[in-house]
Design a protein. Structure first.
Length: 204
């Protein structure tokens, strides 16, 4: 598309507000979320109707939460630490799942952007460099927002491996630190029920 639509931009602005800043990685997650929702014909999840699986903890994962309505708190947002810009959305009712993965070369490398990113992150950038970095961030995000979806991602329907809905588990106090902990995550040691951090602390 030649220009990002007003409706699309409003959706992206919600992602920026949630994430805290505008960046191309957030735009990647936003476009992936929109593509997956469209492919499934799904509406934003108010409860656990959908399940999102992200294979990265990068910026795009935040956009997936905002657009799909899948969140850690509802138990339908799952993180797999594979280091891939890949996102899956599953529809429980329809028993369908679709995965989108960023194509190699979909986002052009930019030595200036990379250099400024390092300087800004390390606190070494001048005000002029910070401003330039912000400009590049906006430009690169805009390119993602305007790109043909087929050039950004490989999108395929996959065999659904939908986890069961989240359960509410009773909590009990750790016998070591006294903090409330889900009882299925307490560990028995010498007749005491101990939380995982305390088990690890006692073993060192």
């Amino acid at each position: 598309m030649a220009k990002a639509s007003t409706l699309l931009m409003k959706g992206f602005e919600k992602c920026v507000a949630f994430h805290g800043h505008l960046c191309p990685g957030l735009a990647v997650g936003f476009r992936a979320a929109q593509a997956l929702m469209d492919r499934l014909g799904a509406r934003r999840a108010g409860d656990e109707e959908l399940v999102a699986i992200v294979e990265t903890d990068a910026c795009g994962a935040d956009a997936i939460q905002v657009i799909t309505g899948c969140t850690f708190g509802k138990g339908n947002f799952i993180f797999k630490n594979y280091g891939k810009h890949a996102f899956t959305l599953a529809d429980r009712k329809r028993g369908r799942a679709v995965r989108a993965c960023l194509r190699p070369g979909a986002i052009e490398a930019d030595p200036e952007h990379r250099s400024l990113f390092e300087r800004v992150r390390n606190g070494e950038a001048s005000p002029e460099e910070i401003a330039r970095f912000g400009e590049l961030q906006r430009e690169r995000a805009q390119k993602v927002l305007e790109a043909d979806i087929g050039l950004l991602f490989t999108i395929e329907e996959i065999s659904p491996d939908i986890p069961p809905k989240s359960t509410v588990t009773e909590s009990g106090a750790c016998d070591f630190c006294g903090e409330l902990t889900k009882i299925d995550l307490l560990r028995e040691r010498d007749g005491q029920w101990i939380c995982i951090p305390c088990v690890l602390a006692k073993s060192t």
